[in-house]
Design a protein around this ligand. Structure first.
Ligand code: BDR
Ligand code: CA
Length: 315
């Protein structure tokens, strides 16, 4: 069992990643969520996590984080996630409130009490601010495990992935912090794509299936419009890594962040580790995954949660 805080900008894939974490109480002690602007404004992404926690009757603290990147302007992603940041599901009245302390102070307070793993599913603004403001917290960060970056490809520019591109200065601070990092880049997320034909499987009565169906009905439009056969649930990859690292192929690279290239802002430059390496930030990079095993973990997690709600165990 590990203590985790999930830093997030929900985001359909952020929520599905969180659902998989909820299904695995034996593996995760979720101390809280911290939100950060990315897929949508900080107000919208914070509302989205509160709505989901309210819908699922879960009492997990939420602390609000950065409303903009360290040095850049926000660039929300309505094409992938809609105007709300979580288009698809319709939620009822929400009673949940956020904590009175900021994301950074929440993380710091937890790190003063205990060792924890930070699960970063979004631009790294909050984490960079934490490391800059409270460098004494580093010893208690077991690892930062993050979805972000790429080895060869890009989804926002030719070689840049959205979470890193959105706040490259923050990413540079995090990758140079000497805190152990595991990175799930675009390539492993593509390798773990979920076949679009599986979405209909969630079109049934289970409380959690219904939420997943409503989310994927919107989120998968992106894949359908681009003639892809899979929907890529990027952020889920790193949660499944924490559950089953043995289904991944992992390679250590030295990684640093390109800040200002004309075509390469936010590129994660991955250098082979050798005697004369120029970069000195060793990172465990997930390179490939057994798609069938990953898909089964996803499907079984949602089935398990449905059953828990059906039996009244989670309400
Ligand atoms: C990342 O960007 C966001 O749109 C997703 O939530 C994910 O964290 C993928 O590039
Ligand atoms: Ca995200």
């Amino acid at each position: 069992m590990i203590n985790i805080v999930i830093d997030t900008d929900p985001g359909h894939d952020d929520i599905i990643a969180s659902l998989v974490a909820f299904a695995h109480k034996e593996a995760f002690n979720i101390l809280g969520f911290t939100t950060v602007c990315g897929n949508q404004t900080i107000e919208k992404v914070t509302n989205n996590i509160l709505n989901v926690l309210n819908y699922l009757n879960l009492d997990i603290p939420v602390a609000v984080g950065a409303g903009k990147p360290l040095c850049r302007l926000p660039e929300p992603q309505p094409l992938a996630h809609g105007e709300s940041g979580l288009d698809g599901p319709i939620f009822g009245h929400c009673d949940k409130k956020t904590l009175d302390i900021s994301a950074v102070e929440f993380l710091y307070s937890k790190l003063k009490e205990t060792k924890l793993t930070i699960v970063a599913l979004a631009p790294l603004t909050n984490i960079a601010e934490l490391l800059e403001k409270h460098p004494d917290c580093k010893d208690n960060i077991e690892r930062i495990v993050l979805m972000g970056g790429s080895v060869y490809s890009g989804n926002i520019q030719v070689k840049s992935e959205f979470n890193i591109y959105h706040d490259p200065e923050a990413a540079k601070i995090v990758f140079n912090s000497k805190v152990p990092i595991v990175m799930a880049p675009l390539e492993v997320c593509y390798a773990g794509g979920i076949d679009l034909s599986l979405i209909e499987r969630f079109n049934k009565n289970g409380k959690v299936s219904k939420l997943v169906y409503d989310m994927l009905s919107f989120y998968s439009l992106y894949s359908l419009n681009h003639n892809l056969k899979d929907t890529i649930i990027f952020d889920m990859t790193i949660i499944i890594y924490l559950l089953n690292p043995e289904i991944f192929t992992i390679k250590k690279y030295n990684v640093d962040i390109e800040l200002n290239g004309e075509y390469t802002r936010g590129m994660t430059v991955c250098e082979d580790i050798k005697e004369d390496s120029i970069i000195h930030n060793p990172v465990d990079v997930l390179m490939d995954v057994d798609n069938e095993k990953l898909t089964n973990i996803f499907l079984e997690s949602i089935d398990y949660l449905d059953k828990q709600y059906e039996e009244g165990l989670n309400q």
